[in-house]
Design a protein around this ligand. Structure first.
Ligand code: NAI
Length: 345
C-alpha cells in the first residue's frame, strides 16, 4: 500500500499535481490537505476511475489538528507545495517571511506523524525551506537526509526545453545530457551541458552570446511566467509536471525497489553531509556548502547515491564560474533557513 499526501493540494500547483498523482497506478491512497477547498478538490478527483482512493483533509479552524494528522498518518510520500507564490517584482527570497513558518509547522507534523516518509519540498524559497525542514526534523530526532528532497526539477525541465529549441533536438532526448545543479533561485541555478554526450557536436556550435542567453533563461525562466501571469502567481502547470516527474521517480523506486538503471537520475536539492561521499563533495568542490542540488539515484524511496558532477561530468571553466557565484547565494539562504529554526521555540 502506497500513500501519498499533498500539503497545499488546493493551490495552483497542488491541484494539477494531485491530478497527475491520481493517475499513477502505484498510488493506493492520495490524501489531500489544504487550509481551504481540500474537500472540494478531493471530491472532484475521487470520480476519476484510477486505483488511488482520494481523501480530503481540511481543518475546521486554526486549532483543528485532526485534519493534518489524518492526512499524514501512514504516508509514504509527502509533497509540499503549500504557501504563497511570487507576484511581479518579487524574488523567491521575498516569500521567506510567510512560507518559512508554513514549512516549519507542516514539517513538525510530518516528523511527528510519518517520520519515515520521503518528503518533497516545492514551496519557495527552496534554498532556505529545505534547511528549515531539516532543522525541524533534527530537533525531533527523526531527520533522514536520504529522504528529504528540494524539488528543483523545473529547472531541469526548462533547461531541456530551452536547449532543445536552441540546438533543434527533441527536449525529451536531452534528459541526462544536461544537468542543473546548485540551488533553485536565479544565479544559484547552474545548468551543465554534458560535453561528452551525443549532443556535444550540436551544443559546441552554440555561440557565446547564445550560451549566455540560455543560462540566463534557465536561471530566470520563472520570471517570464510571473510577468506573463501579471499578478496571478508563478509557474503552476509546468511546476506540477516537474513535481510529478520527480515524485514518479520516487514512487517507481518504492515500487521497484531500485530505479531501473536505464532511467536517468533526476536532480534534487539535498543535505550533502548526510549522504555517502556527500561531505567529501561539499569540502572538496563546494567550499563546505551543506545543501546543493545533484543528480540522485533512488532506491526504495530514498537516496542510494548521487552523481558527483565534478567527477563524472565534464565541467567547463565557464560552468565552474557559475558554481562559485551560486555558492555565495546558497550560503546566505542556508544560513537564513537554519537560523530561522534555531531561533524558533
Ligand atoms: P497557491 O497560492 O496557488 O497555492 C498554495 C496553496 O497552499 C493554497 O491552496 C493555500 O491555501 C495553501 N496553504 C497555505 N498555507 C497552508 C498551510 N499552512 N497548510 C496547507 N496548505 C496551505 O501557490 P502555488 O502557485 O501553488 O505555489 C505554491 C508554492 O510553490 C509557492 O511557494 C511557490 O513559490 C512555489 N513554487 C515552487 C517551484 C519550484 O520549482 N520548486 C516552482 C513554482 C512555484
Amino acid at each position: 500500500m502506497v500513500k501519498v499526501t499533498v500539503c497545499g493540494a488546493a493551490g495552483g500547483i497542488g491541484q494539477p499535481l494531485s491530478l497527475l498523482l491520481k493517475l499513477n497506478q502505484n498510488v493506493d491512497e492520495l490524501a489531500l490537505f489544504d487550509i481551504v477547498n481540500a474537500n472540494g478538490v478531493a471530491a472532484d478527483l475521487s470520480h476519476i476511475c484510477s486505483p488511488a482512493k482520494v481523501t480530503g483533509h481540511q481543518p475546521a479552524n486554526k486549532e483543528d489538528k485532526l485534519a493534518i494528522t489524518s492526512a499524514l498518518t501512514n504516508s509514504d510520500l509527502v509533497i509540499i507545495p503549500a504557501g504563497v507564490p511570487r507576484k511581479p517584482g518579487m524574488t523567491r527570497a521575498d516569500l521567506f517571511n510567510i512560507n518559512a513558518s508554513i514549512i516549519r509547522d507542516l514539517i513538525a507534523n510530518v516528523g511527528k506523524t510519518c517520520p519515515n516518509a520521503a518528503i518533497l519540498i516545492i514551496s519557495n524559497p527552496v534554498n532556505a525551506t529545505v534547511p528549515i525542514a531539516a532543522e525541524v526534523l533534527k530537533k525531533l530526532g527523526v531527520f533522514n537526509p536520504k529522504k528529504l528532497f528540494g524539488v528543483t526539477t523545473l529547472d531541469s525541465v526548462r533547461a531541456e526545453t530551452f536547449l532543445g529549441e536552441l540546438i533543434n533536438e527533441p527536449p525529451k532526448s536531452l534528459k541526462g545530457k544536461i544537468s542543473v545543479i546548485g540551488g533553485h533561485s536565479g544565479d544559484t541555478i547552474v545548468p551543465l551541458i554534458n560535453v561528452n554526450s551525443t549532443i556535444s557536436a550540436k551544443s559546441s556550435k552554440i555561440t557565446p552570446a547564445q550560451y549566455k542567453e540560455f543560462v540566463h533563461r534557465v536561471q530566470f525562466g520563472g520570471d517570464e511566467v510571473v510577468k506573463a501571469k501579471n499578478g496571478a502567481g508563478s509557474a503552476t502547470l509546468s511546476m506540477a509536471y516537474a513535481g510529478y516527474r520527480f515524485a514518479e521517480s520516487v514512487l517507481d523506486s518504492v515500487a521497484g525497489g531500485q530505479t531501473n538503471t536505464s532511467v536517468v537520475p533526476e536532480t534534487s536539492y539535498v543535505y550533502l553531509p548526510g549522504l555517502p561521499n556527500g561531505e567529501e563533495l561539499s569540502k572538496k568542490s563546494l567550499n563546505g556548502a551543506t545543501y546543493f542540488s545533484v543528480p540522485v539515484i533512488l532506491e526504495k524511496g530514498e537516496i542510494k547515491s548521487f552523481i558527483n558532477p565534478f567527477d563524472s561530468l565534464t565541467i567547463t571553466e565557464n560552468e565552474k564560474q557559475l558554481v562559485s557565484v551560486a555558492l555565495n547565494g546558497l550560503d546566505k539562504s542556508i544560513a537564513q533557513g537554519t537560523n530561522f529554526v534555531k531561533g524558533s521555540k
